[in-house]
Ligand binder design. Structure first.
Ligand code: HEM
Ligand code: HEM
Length: 221
């Protein structure tokens, strides 16, 4: 019998698609430069708020959004690659996808952190650049505009490539659940909590994270 499982709660879906929009905004504004850099910063603050939210949601969020549900041992990852997967691997992030999710979160955090202390030495300086030494600013700027930028772009391309691969080769549409939340499965597995209470909690957490970021920017300014 087929069961419907809520795999991505609404807060996780909102996190994902707003993050995508912000990344597009960040890449576009960084190419336009000039006055558009004010928006580069705003999108950057939004990404930082989203990432802080996701770190907390990874602990208190819906079952399948919790880090504990997709923190796999190396042996499990190896077994998955060799084709020995367990049924629950097809519900949340599978052992390989989990690696790319963690990598994206880490490199996005590094990108934001380096951006905060970057300075192009012409017109655009991150809000925390005055608080660190010029050596730190210079290293951070180089990282932000070279290795960091390339890493983020490479991870996103790999991510989209993997989704296309699952669709074409494995006949698995991963995008639909990230849009509507549910997956159909033959296994009776628990759903992620996704009710008014959990959504309100997510909103409160996100607003707290955004307020923290706003306070940081204001204090530094
Ligand atoms: C800037 C571009 C993107 C970034 C930074 C990004 C980032 C992420 C992250 C961090 C997750 C983990 C979600 C979580 O557990 O919180 C994720 C999952 C996912 N993303 Fe993206 N994403 C991007 C673009 C896209 C696009 C364009 C698509 C669809 C065409 C997409 C489809 C998905 C799907 C289906 C999942 C769930 C994968 C699974 O079932 O394990 N993403 N993405
Ligand atoms: C995930 C978030 C971010 C991404 C993907 C991103 C991406 C980029 C890219 C692609 C560039 C242009 C690099 C080049 O010249 O080729 C850039 C430049 C820059 N970004 Fe970001 N950025 C992010 C967050 C931030 C944040 C939060 C800040 C500061 C609040 C920031 C400040 C800057 C500055 C000051 C530059 C100009 C550096 C220079 O041209 O020397 N960025 N960013």
């Amino acid at each position: 019998m087929s069961h419907k499982v809520r795999v991505w709660d609404l807060p996780t879906r909102c996190f994902h698609w707003v993050l995508v929009l912000c990344l597009i905004g960040l890449l576009a504004t960084s190419q336009i430069g000039g006055d558009a850099m004010a928006w580069h910063f705003r999108f950057g603050y939004a990404v930082l708020s989203l990432l802080l939210f996701r770190l907390i949601w990874g602990i208190v969020g819906g079952k399948w959004s919790r880090f504990s549900s997709f923190l796999y041992a190396p042996a499990t990852i190896l077994a998955y690659i060799q084709g020995r997967s367990r049924p629950e691997h097809s519900i949340g992030h599978n052992p390989l996808g989990a690696g790319s999710v963690f990598a994206m979160l880490v490199f996005l955090l590094l990108q934001v952190a380096s951006g905060l202390v970057s300075d192009d030495e012409i017109a655009t300086a991150g809000p925390l650049s005055r608080l660190v030494s010029s050596a730190v600013t210079s290293t951070a700027t180089t990282y932000h505009t070279t290795a960091g930028k390339l890493m983020v772009i490479a991870l996103v391309l790999l991510h989209i490539g993997a989704i296309v691969f699952y669709y074409l080769k494995k006949r698995e549409n991963l995008v639909r659940p990230m849009l509507v939340g549910d997956k159909d499965t033959d296994n009776a597995v628990a759903s992620s909590r996704d009710d008014v209470g959990s959504r309100a909690l997510a909103l409160l957490i996100f607003l707290g994270c955004a307020a923290l970021v706003a306070a940081m920017v204001r204090l530094a300014g």
